[in-house]
Design a protein around this ligand. Structure first.
Ligand code: G
Ligand code: G
Ligand code: MN
Ligand code: NA
Length: 253
């Protein structure tokens, strides 16, 4: 509870940071987008993991305001990237269930885009299976409105939740993110049956696919062979502050 208090005051003091992990097209090897990931400085030069504080922010309801800031910050970064000549890049933002329960959620997404004069198709919302299963109708309704507005939708950590295939078909999805636990199975001499099955499922549903947690060249090559479109992971780049992302883009043009 003390931690929630510190999170609230640090958020109010604008101390949270939004870092970005590049997403790469597996065929061209070019950066095509990035995922925004929260970072909370611990005051000693380190960071508290979002795996620790995002659940607290969800439990306390703080995630509604933090998530709104993440959307605004992401759109402002898209605007900056456009000014730097990277107007084709997209940004993916993780959305939690309390944000969907907020009746102003759809308006907040639209406002963030409008304020920064962003093309809605450059914003992608990442939803985990558990978010869908928690509140199927609320999530499906909100996503349909946003999809009509032009926003893209990705299903995150795919294969780790208990998703019903029927919900999968009711969601207006664009992209399926293959969870890193399945990519991890790709080791010399061993087949990665689940990674293959998930990419095949994505392709058959007409969705784009992205592999998460790609840490080795072998894993990247294997995912290309499976017909996966894009990848994200330490092999390509770690999550980095925005300024470092801009430097990375300069060096890879
Ligand atoms: O960056 P890292 O791997 O440590 O992130 C850990 C977890 O925190 C991931 O599950 C990620 O989805 C979640 N997370 C990071 N940033 C955000 C955010 O802006 N909003 C939400 N809801 N979750 C986030
Ligand atoms: O749950 P979600 O997929 O949104 O979280 C992304 C998390 O995965 C971030 O915390 C990020 O730091 C982490 N991540 C990104 N690339 C890799 C990787 O190659 N290996 C591992 N182990 N974690 C990664
Ligand atoms: Mn994610
Ligand atoms: Na994920």
């Amino acid at each position: 509870l003390d931690m929630i208090r510190r999170l609230r005051s640090d958020f109010a003091a604008r101390k949270l940071e939004l870092w970005f992990q590049p997403q790469v097209d597996l065929l061209t090897d070019k950066v095509v987008g990035m995922e925004g990931l929260l970072r909370w400085p611990d005051g000693n030069g380190g960071y508290i993991s979002p795996a620790v504080f995002v659940p607290l922010a969800e439990y306390s309801g703080l995630i509604v305001d933090i998530g709104e800031w993440v959307l605004e910050e992401s759109c402002r970064r898209l605007q900056q990237l456009r000014e730097l000549g990277h107007g084709h890049l997209r940004v993916a933002v993780n959305i939690s269930i309390p944000q969907f329960r907020d009746r102003f959620f759809v308006d907040k997404v639209k406002n963030a885009l409008t304020e920064a004069d962003c093309d809605p198709s450059l914003l992608e919302l990442e939803i985990t299976e558990s978010v869908v299963m928690d509140e199927p109708q609320i999530v499906i309704d909100a996503l349909r409105v946003l999809k009509d507005y032009g926003v893209k939708i990705a299903i995150d950590d795919f294969g780790t939740g208990f998703s019903s295939m029927s919900y999968l078909q009711q969601l207006p999805l664009d992209r399926l993110k293959v969870d890193r636990s399945f990519v991890k199975d790709i080791q010399p001499g061993s087949a990665a049956v689940l990674a293959e099955t998930i990419v095949t499922l994505g392709n058959k549903l007409g969705l784009l696919t992205i592999a998460e947690g790609v840490e080795t060249r072998e894993q990247a090559i294997y995912m290309i062979k499976l017909g996966c479109d894009e990848a994200q992971g330490f092999f390509f780049a770690k999550p980095i502050p925005f300024d470092q992302l801009v430097e990375l883009l300069k060096n890879t043009r």
